[in-house]
Design a protein around this ligand. Sequence first.
Ligand SMILES: N=C(N)NCCCC[C@H](N)C(=O)O
Ligand SMILES: O=C(O)CCC(=O)C(=O)O
Ligand SMILES: [Fe+2]
Length: 331
Amino acid sequence: MATDFKFIPLIDVSPLLEKWDHPNITQDEGVAQVVRQLDQACREAGFFYVKGHGIPDSLMKDIKNIAREYFHQPYEEKIKIKLSAETGYRGYQRIGENVTKGVPDKHEAIDCYREVNHGMYEGLGDVMQGSNICRPSNPPNFKQLMEVYIDRCTDLSRKIMRGIALALGGSADEMEGEIGGDPFWVFRIIGYPAASISNGHDKAHDDVGCGAHTDYGLLTLVNQDDGIVALQVRNKLGEWISAPPIPGTFVCNIGDMLKILSNGIYESTLHRVINNSPKYRVCVAYFYEPNFDAAVEPLDVCLQKTGGTKNFEGAVYGKHLVSKVTTNFIM
Ligand SMILES: N=C(N)NCCCC[C@H](N)C(=O)O
Ligand SMILES: O=C(O)CCC(=O)C(=O)O
Ligand SMILES: [Fe+2]
């Protein structure tokens, strides 16, 4: 359960990454320390920064720079990969098309999902079926860079999830196999326009780049633009705690499916984005999600720790996702 945390902790995950598949992983003191930090962060904030993650700084920067270049293009170019129901909700959405709790968000984005081929997951996959137009051919390199980046994030997320599984008292591979062995990742490249100039008057309200929401799956890796403070996380007192960018780190947070799996020991924390800076902000978000057809239920080990009663209904991840994407857009 989120507490009245005032800041978001930073965790060096390198010991976990070094030993992620060691048979005696639970006996390693370095790993045990990371696991304790993950547990505390997930209980208190549902958010944490990671360093020592092994993804080169150059790759983290390159993907943000190419995102910036993409959004800088004229609308006619960007709309060539327009998101719609026909594309399986993949592709480009302009400012105001994504809606959170009924309010249009002040961001543009490209949404990309793991491939869904015809007939996969029986009927459940149909909504998410689409060509891969979410992989733009302009700027050149974009597609290739995206693929490299997504692979690295998938690998890192799997290893962090192993640490989280241990933190919950399970085995390291607790969240693999039927739950997350074939993760239905989501990849979003997001652009937030600079704050509008208010002629010195107090603005009646901030322009909300992305309204308060929780993420849908297991674990999100956010690669934020350096130098702009815009992401905010809500604590138990209802205060919005900033998550300022720390160069070279990812901001990680828990999604709705991990809340269910942990039977509420961990929760998906509300967060939002307000870009009050005079600069355009880019953000590259990678979402590590369960298998599309995973039937997500509280883990036995978590049920035992929480008195044996299910605090949440189970969910099929694909259904949860479809219920979100089909209501997220006004186009
Ligand atoms: N795949 C994820 N998590 N995307 C996050 C978008 C959150 C905003 C969305 N309009 C909503 O209301 O959920
Ligand atoms: O822009 C950010 O920093 C976070 C974006 C986010 O929360 C999301 O896309 O789910
Ligand atoms: Fe989010």
